[in-house]
Design a protein around this ligand. Structure first.
Ligand SMILES: Cc1cc2nc3c(=O)[nH]c(=O)nc-3n(C[C@H](O)[C@H](O)[C@H](O)COP(=O)(O)OP(=O)(O)OC[C@H]3O[C@@H](n4cnc5c(N)ncnc54)[C@H](O)[C@@H]3O)c2cc1C
Length: 401
């Protein structure tokens, strides 16, 4: 049965996230964005509003909320700024949820509970300077020495790299498989920022998400206890793909919120700005752009809801997740371009938020599977070259109805 009614709990999460966006993000985001500065207070505010672990199990300090709540929170936060939604994408989607599914009990107590409470921040390190889409092209190695692994390599373009406490890092444990590009030689580790041999830094001069931290993690003979291996040796690729199935969902819902922000800003401006003796809202071509935003919001929203419903039921949803991510990011790019257009020259300046939306939307068509990768995936599903198999692991959260 399909229902478009949200539960009280889901609406409560939506309210919390909306209030945070209105009170804590929107009032000062232009300044942080202009200065390319991460706002550390935002993470504390998100933790205070219980947004850092609300959809993680209560057993580990979360609130046991479901995927729909997660989507709603992402929509509302990205309505404020993309950098705030990115926090949920990496901290919950790419780090905590995978740890919940793949970690053992000790690992969850140690590395999930503080994250669910918002006391620590987690992120995900797969991309390297020479390998993004081509994940088996990564070079980082993990060599076992007694009860430790020694990691060498560099992760690049990592969200919150210079802010997070814990990193989910992917590295080759089987060097022969590395040479053969066999992904069953990859493994996943929890690495603490303070481990010996770890250093981090920030990237400046980004096109968008300027109020968010993006950086690198360098590992030089980094010493990682063997008990920090997640899953078994050789399961790293499977874990990375699982991570992306959670993270992409948050990007889709967030981009949907960005479409809505573009629509609302454009509607407001279209009523205020006059040309030829009447508000531009009365010109058909302006209406066309706003109608496209309206449609783009509605179908992006429906697509992530569909993926979220499947996830709530513990069903495979890679196809639906890829589709909603691809479409929502595409609609956000279209909406942001048109929102600047609706604003004319004012859209070209940071006096109005649409200029920031225009810069922010682009990243989402690059990270968590580029536009091209999702296009290929959808073609492959349609052509019968690709099919989702039943899940062999439990999703971190289940339907809360
Ligand atoms: C703001 C931001 C935040 C990020 N955060 C993280 C993070 O937290 N953790 C993390 O691990 N990574 C992160 N990334 C990295 C991101 O996941 C990669 O940039 C992405 O996977 C693409 O890899 P690439 O940049 O190396 O591009 P490439 O893989 O080099 O691709 C370049 C171009 O070639 C195309 N292409 C590549 N292969 C194919 C193919 N087979 N068929 C068709 N086209 C192809 C791509 O679509 C793209 O257009 C982030 C990136 C950005 C911009």
């Amino acid at each position: 049965m399909i229902s478009f009614d949200f539960t009280e709990n889901q609406l409560e999460v939506q309210r919390m996230a909306r209030e945070l966006a209105e009170k804590k993000i929107i009032p000062n985001i232009a300044e942080y964005d202009r200065e390319q500065k991460h706002n550390p207070q935002l993470l504390r505010d998100m933790a205070k509003a219980d947004l850092m672990g609300f959809c993680l199990p209560e057993k580990y300090g979360g609130m046991g909320m479901d995927y729909i709540s997660l989507g709603l929170a992402c929509e509302e936060l990205e309505y404020g700024d993309t950098s705030a939604r990115v926090v949920l994408s990496v901290h919950i989607g790419l780090y905590s949820m995978p740890l919940c599914t793949w970690g053992n009990e000790e690992q969850k107590q140690k590395y999930l509970t503080p994250c669910a409470k918002g006391d620590k921040i987690g992120t995900f390190g797969l991309t390297e300077p020479a390998a993004g889409t081509d994940a088996v092209g990564i070079k980082t190695t993990a060599v076992k020495k007694g009860d430790q692994y020694i990691l060498n390599g560099e992760k690049m373009w990592i969200s919150l790299a210079d802010v997070a406490d814990y990193f989910l890092i992917f590295a080759w444990t089987d060097q022969d498989k590395k040479k053969a590009r066999d992904h069953t030689g990859l493994s996943a580790f929890i690495v603490e920022k303070d481990f010996e041999g770890i250093s981090t830094g920030s990237i400046h001069g980004k096109l968008g998400v300027r109020a968010g931290n993006t950086g690198f993690i360098a590992m030089t003979d980094a010493v990682v206890p063997a008990e920090n291996l997640i899953g078994n040796e050789g399961e790293g690729f499977k874990i990375a793909m699982f991570c992306l199935d959670q993270g992409r969902y948050t990007v889709a819902a967030g981009s949907t919120g960005l479409v809505k922000a573009c629509r609302d800003a454009s509607v407001k401006y279209a009523h205020e700005r006059e040309t030829f003796g009447e508000p531009i809202a009365h010109h058909q071509m302006v209406k066309q752009m706003i109608a496209n935003m309206e449609a783009g919001y509605e179908y992006s929203h429906l697509l992530w809801l569909k993926a979220g419903c499947k996830k709530n039921k513990g069903e495979p949803s890679t196809r639906e997740t890829s589709l909603c991510k691809w479409i929502a990011c595409r609609e956000a790019e279209k909406a942001a371009g048109d929102a600047v257009q609706v604003h004319g020259a004012y859209g070209f300046s940071d006096e109005y938020p649409v200029e920031r939306f225009y810069r922010n939307c682009k990243g989402a068509s690059i990270y968590e599977g580029t536009r091209e990768i999702h296009t290929l995936m959808q073609a492959d599903y349609a052509l019968g070259f690709r099919k989702d198999k039943p899940l062999r692991v439990h999703l971190p959260i289940v339907n809360q109805e």
